[in-house]
Write a protein that binds this ligand. Sequence first.
Ligand code: ADP
Ligand code: MG
Ligand code: ZN
Length: 630
Amino acid sequence: MEQQNNNTQTPPRSNPYAGMFWVVLIVLFLNGLIFPRFSGRRIIETDYGTFISKVDSGLVERVMIEDGRIYFTARGEGDTTQTFQTGEIGDPQLVDRLLDARSPNPDGRIAFNRIVPRENSPVLNFVLMWVLPGLIFYLIWRQIGRGMQARMQGGGNFLSFGNSGARIYAESDVKTTFADVAGQDEAKETLTEIVNFLHDPSRYAEIGASLPKGALLVGPPGTGKTLIARAVAGEAKVPFFAISGSEFVQMFVGMGAAKVRDLFKQANEKAPCIIFIDEIDAVGKRRDGAYGGNDEREQTLNQLLTEMDGFDGRKGVVILAATNRPESLDKALLRPGRFDRRIQMELPDLEGRKAILGVHLRRVKHEEVDLGIVARATAGSSGAELANIVNEAALRAVRMGRKRVTTADLEESVETVIAGAQKKNKVIPASDKRLVACHEIGHALVAAMQSHSAPVHKITIIPRTSGALGYTMQVEDEEQVLQNRESLFNRIVTLTGGRSAEEVVYGTVTTGASNDIEQATRLARAMVTRFGMSDRYDMMALETVGNAYLGGDASSVCSAATAAEVDAEVLRLIREAHAKAREIISANPDIMRRATDCLVEKETITGDEFMEIVRECSGTQQSQQSQQSS
Ligand code: ADP
Ligand code: MG
Ligand code: ZN
């Protein structure tokens, strides 16, 4: 009963409740057989003498003899009748007595008879004993079965494995298509071949070509790996068996490798179809015997490998898997004949981000929005983050009582995602507010005064839930693919600009720079240890990064002595940057003052407003200088 075909379920022939109806009827019928004739009335036990005296005094209406008992109804006080019973004692004169006796009946005689126990026919006996109970159980069982089927038919149907109860859900019509996946053109191109193959496996079989059995989708979280796998199923219009690695472990590990064999057998019957194992690193982790690896997991993995080798690639079963930790996968999984296609899903570039925002904006009502500006402000964001930004914008539009999303909503939600929501009612003392403004203007001014530095987009001193008291947002004009040493160094200088402003203007330092310090140090360290940007270490690798996609921690690969020297080198770099920032700020006191005044007053100023102030001030500075020199 488990293996129904996709859509070829025969409709139930009759009303599903008809079965129940019969069950009810049969129970009632049996009821009637079992209970005695006088059921419903209270029967009073009495002795034979009372019976005889009631007969003699003409009170009895009706007598019935059955199974050694005598049941009789007699007039009681008034006009009531009562039913009695008593034992039959084989009185030979009973019939004469009854014939002679008077009775309240209209004809004046007692109605009496003996009920002969009816011998059921053998056929009826058989039906009652065997067929009927069987029938009842069958009907009940069918009712339950129907209920379950109805529930399963909600979305698709289940594929079951043996009697373990382990089930994989097969979706037969996936609605996702490639149109829902923006950017990722290379991935789509590779997968299109698989789609074509699934459409018509025989065309490939004719030539003798067999397609890759498996493709591995690799990339950082949120780049659309799961999404694109669904899209392949949607495009190819084939059943889609999705299972996540951890489910796989839960379902199959400990059940014996036979279950994996079952999975492939069933999938083969459904071919063409797609099996998708999400987060495959949960099962496919490298096997390392040394430290007591997980035996069961390895067995399951082994079975998976064997099955992938064993099944016929021409039939049209394609296995997709996704992971963001490709380096942890067992090498055997990656060899040709298994997951030999590797599809890289990278973080989207500028065009990709525009396209992804476009895809998600299609689902919300919006005014004409400038996607370019939002896309530029979200460098390094994944598809999932962009989807989130669009949704936040829609929520904001609703909060503001608008019917459509605007560019401003999107910009604000970018900041919400980066820095947390605005904390409007946080009270900041006026003196602190001015200091925060001064700090932020410091960043902005240093950024503006350097070449190789992204333009300032926005400066704000509205506090955020992330704890930031203010921030300066820089947006690159165009996507940076490579970063050169100057631009990285200038980033460090910009990061030290806030603290430098505090020092130069206030002659003190505050805790406000802690995040700047962290970022500047990380950047400087990376320049020295990983990018080979210090003269001292040339192209020597001093650190390796654990996981490229999950932002794993870097681990040192140099001796302790070198590590100490590296620290010194990092410090030197930061010192240099800090000095440069201080110099820039000291040289422009006018801009610092005017821009800080402006920011304190408005709380948020745009990059253009800031640059206007910079231009005005340096204009007057230059004219003053030229007056002096002439
Ligand atoms: P992954 O599996 O790579 O971690 P998902 O496929 O689960 O990421 O993506 C999460 C969500 O992010 C998707 O449901 C989708 O809304 C959005 N998303 C990610 N990448 C894209 C993309 N290229 N185009 C459109 N939406 C995307
Ligand atoms: Mg995923
Ligand atoms: Zn700062």
